[in-house]
Structure formats: structure tokens, C-alpha cells
Design a protein around this ligand. Structure first.
Ligand code: SDX
Length: 430
């Protein structure tokens, strides 16, 4: 079925542009020939109305608050599956059979160790280095160790690099944490599941046995599922752009980690918890809501609002439920930060400003409370986000590499600087 074209009249000349339709969601107007036909660019800072690629991985309906990984609703994946099943689904496009899942778990487990030279690499950091700085550096450094999986034109090498990234992120994240608290690194154990292994590498010490709490392990595994992928967000777009130049996968993921660190993106979970702590009591919430509404005040409610979700972030609902589960398992009856968060949500969701601007809690609003209760310092929150998002970045990177239409990403600009002018010698400058 041929789709209707769109006509744009530029300087009196009508230009026809084809429409491309997806399986669900908005169709797109293909403007790839616009510059050749009109000598003009489109202009869309922040890409609010621009599709950068075609993808089959994740679909978001921001108005309805829907999130699908390869067509499966996030609520069902979080309820029934585990994180490695979600990794398999994002990477291969289908849910694994029992045999495929067992093989995938086996392959990931046997790539969890990092080269022992990495221990020396960590020694170069100050102990008070932010773990995200350590992650950007150490993930980028992996390309110095794994020369047999940096040829992006080789499908086998792409898959081994993907497995290594998924497998080694928990080990590097735990090392980044241990290094900041001056405790020895704990090696992964192959008889543990992915998330219990990570908890043990973070919280075990050589002096005694450590057994991960299965309720906390399941909760964290679910949190990883919620963070696994999210369409063309800023860090995923960074990974795609880095990958479009042919850079190796480890360098591309390091670029994604750097972008995720920003407080407007993955750094919001750390910023949200700091904000809740600064507010301190439910009584002070209204004061901060007023600040957030004040155009002259740069303060924003961290963990609120989203470029795509103009409804409740479906992940935030699951996150809130998980928060209550974890606090109850830990016997934390009344967490002051949770009290502030619940009051803030109550007030904001009834406030005309937030209703009119469609600002709802996003995934970062509750995650910090949960992670803090589990024993993670705020500086580790975005590291955990990066750990989980690695499978999304890698899946999107592989899809971009395998897309026959892909070429190096190279946006243009609207130039408003000085027109051509001749050089003025120092003597003439006065
Ligand atoms: C993540 O893209 C993804 O998918 C990201 C993510 C993922 O999984 O990869 O979902 C993860 O990054 C979630 C978002 C985490 N960030 C925060 O919680 C930081 C606080 N939120 C905002 O900074 C903001 O909402 C953004 C960055 C998330 C979205 O910003 P947009 O889409 O560019 O919207 P905007 O800045 O243009 O805001 C629209 C209006 C503005 O008011 P006006 O200028 O129109 O009058 O809403 C206001 C903003 O001032 N606004 C807020 C607000 N967020 C937006 N006002 C107060 N508090 C806020 N949090």
C-alpha cells in the first residue's frame, strides 16, 4: 500500500517527500533528499521531532505510558523474566527457549572476569574518584585488552564483544565501588546468578562468607530489566553516533557511559536522591515545588519529567512497587526520603503547572531510595544504570552496524557566526 507523500513549498517550489510507516507508532517523513532538492536543512535542536534511525528493538508510547522491548510490555518482562532473559531478547529479538537461556547464561557467566592488568589500571585513580569517571575510563580501556573483538565488520567479533560487555560491566562496577571504599576486589563466582554475583562482588569481604539476600537480588535484577533499553535516548544516540564512525564497541559504550552521567539523563537518580535529602521533610515539599515552578529559578524536580513520557513512566510504577518491597524486606518501616518522595509526588501530580506541562515521575524518582536502602552510595546509582543499559546500547549499536542504510552520522547546522572577513594583523588591531 503506497503511503501519502508530504509536500513542502520552499521558495515557491513544491517538494514532495515520501512517508515511511512503522509497525506501530508515528510514521516519518523522509527528508533525506531535502538539502539536495532545496539547498536548505531542517532545524530541530534536541531532536524533538526527528527520527535518527529505524529500529526494531524498543517502542515507547509517551502519551499512553507504554514501553515494549521487542514488542513485550515491560510490566510482563519485569514480572516473569530475569535480566539475562531480557538481554537475550534485546540482542536476538526473541525470547529464549530453556536451552538457549541456559547456554546464554553459561556464556555470560564465563566472561565475567576482567584481565588482571585492570587491577593495576584502577590503582591510577584517587580513592575519591567518582565511580562514573572510573567506569568511563575502564570500559574504554577494555579495547586495549580485547583486540580479538574490535573488528566491527566481523559478526562473530561483534557478538563476543557484546557478551564481554554484558558480562564484565558488573565486575568493573563492583571494582569501581570497592576501590572507593578501600576494600579488596572480589572475584566473580560462576555458581551464582548474574545479579547475586554482582551483589557479592560489591558487598562481600574476604574475611567471611557472603550470601546475597534473594529478595534483594530479585529486586535489583528487576531494576536492571527496567533500565535495559529505552529507544533513542541521549546516551543510546551517543553510542550510535560513535559507532557510525567505525569506532570499536568498547569505545562506543564508554561514550554512552559519559553521556548517561549527566543529571538531565542517567545522573538524575543520584540528583533526585540528593534533592529528596535536601528537602528533608514532607513539610518542606511545597517550598521546593514552588522553586521548580519559578521561571527565574534554575531548580528542577529531579526524577520528574521526560522528553517522551507525557504520562506516568511505566518503569516508575514498577520502581515504586519494588521500593516498598525492598524497604519491607529490610524492615525499614518509615524511610524519611520515601515520605518526602510520596508527598512530593502527591503535591506535584495535583499542581496545575505539572499537569499542564505533563510532568510525571520518571524511572529516576524512586530508584535512588531503593538503591540507598540496599547499601549503595549515591555515587554508584548511575553506575548501576549504566550496568543495566549496556545491553541496550550494545543491541542498538549492533542494529546500527547491521543496517545496510547506515552511514557516518554527520548533522549540519544553522550558521549565525561572522561572514567571511580578512585577517587583521596585530599592528592593525589597535
Ligand atoms: C532519563 O530519553 C530517555 O529515554 C531518558 C531515560 C532513559 O531511560 O534513557 O528515560 C532516562 O534520562 C529520565 C529523565 C531523567 N532526568 C530528570 O529527571 C531531570 C529532570 N527532568 C528534566 O530536566 C526534563 O524533564 C528532561 C530533561 C527529562 C526532559 O526535558 P525536555 O523534554 O527537554 O523538556 P523541557 O526541558 O523542554 O521542559 C518542558 C517544560 C519546561 O518549561 P517551559 O520552558 O516550557 O516553561 O517543562 C519544564 C521545563 O522548565 N520542566 C520541569 C521539569 N522538567 C521539565 N520543571 C520542573 N521540574 C522538572 N523536572
Amino acid at each position: 500500500m503506497s503511503l501519502p507523500t508530504s509536500t513542502l513549498t520552499v521558495n515557491g517550489r513544491a517538494v514532495e517527500m515520501p512517508t515511511k510507516a512503522g509497525t506501530i507508532g508515528p510514521s516519518v517523513i523522509d527528508i533525506s533528499k531535502l538539502y539536495a532538492q532545496t539547498g536548505q536543512f531542517t532545524y530541530d535542536p534536541g531532536f524533538t521531532s526527528t527520527a535518527s534511525c529505524e529500529s526494531k528493538i524498543t517502542y515507547i508510547d509517551g502519551d499512553e505510558g507504554v514501553l515494549l522491548y521487542r514488542g513485550y510490555p515491560i510490566e510482563q518482562l519485569a514480572e516473569h523474566g530475569d535480566f539475562l532473559e531480557t538481554c537475550y531478547l534485546l540482542l536476538y529479538g526473541e525470547l529464549p527457549t530453556a536451552a538457549q537461556k541456559a547456554d546464554f547464561d553459561y556464556r555470560v557467566t564465563r566472561h565475567t572476569m576482567v584481565h588482571d592488568q585492570m587491577n593495576r589500571f584502577f590503582q591510577g585513580f584517587r580513592r575519591d574518584a567518582h565511580p562514573m569517571a572510573v567506569m568511563v575510563a575502564s570500559v574504554g580501556a577494555l579495547s586495549a585488552f580485547y583486540h580479538d573483538s574490535t573488528d566491527i565488520t566481523d559478526e562473530k567479533q561483534r557478538m563476543i564483544a557484546s557478551m564481554r560487555m554484558i558480562a564484565k560491566m558488573p565486575t568493573l562496577a563492583a571494582m569501581a565501588y570497592k576501590y572507593t571504599i578501600g576494600q579488596p576486589f572480589i572475584y566473580p563466582k560462576n555458581d551464582l546468578d548474574y545479579t547475586s554475583n554482582f551483589l557479592r562482588m560489591c558487598f562481600a569481604v574476604p574475611c567471611e562468607e557472603y550470601q546475597a539476600n534473594p529478595v534483594l537480588s530479585r529486586a535489583l535484577d528487576r531494576i536492571f530489566i527496567l533500565h535495559a533499553d529505552h529507544e533513542q535516548n541521549a546516551s543510546t544516540s551517543t553510542v550510535r553516533l560513535a559507532g557510525s564512525s567505525g569506532a570499536n564497541p568498547f569505545a562506543c559504550i564508554a561514550a554512552g557511559i559519559a553521556c548517561l552521567w549527566g543529571p538531565a539523563h542517567g545522573g538524575a537518580n543520584e540528583a533526585a536522591l540528593k534533592m529528596l535529602a535536601e528537602i528533608g521533610t514532607p513539610e518542606r515539599v511545597s517550598e521546593y515545588v514552588a522553586k521548580a515552578k519559578d521561571k527565574n529559578d534554575p531548580f528542577r524536580l529531579m526524577g520528574f519529567g521526560h522528553r517522551v513520557y507525557k504520562n506516568y513512566d511505566p518503569r516508575a510504577r514498577i520502581m515504586q512497587k519494588t521500593t516498598h518491597e525492598v524497604l519491607s524486606e529490610l524492615g525499614i518501616k518509615d524511610d524519611p526520603l520515601l515520605d518526602v518522595a510520596m508527598e512530593l509526588e502527591q503535591i506535584a501530580l495535583k499542581d496545575e503547572y505539572f499537569i499542564e506541562k505533563k510532568l510525571y515521575p520518571n524511572i529516576d524518582f524512586y530508584s535512588g531510595i531503593t538503591l540507598k536502602a540496599m547499601g549503595f552510595p549515591t555515587s554508584m546509582f548511575t553506575v548501576l544504570f549504566a550496568l543495566a543499559r549496556t545491553v541496550g546500547w550494545i543491541s542498538q549499536w549492533a542494529e546500527m552496524i547491521e543496517d545496510p542504510s547506515q552511514k557516518i552520522g554527520r548533522p549540519r547546522q544553522l550558521y549565525t557566526g561572522a561572514p567571511k572577513r580578512d585577517y587583521v594583523t596585530m599592528a592593525q588591531r589597535g
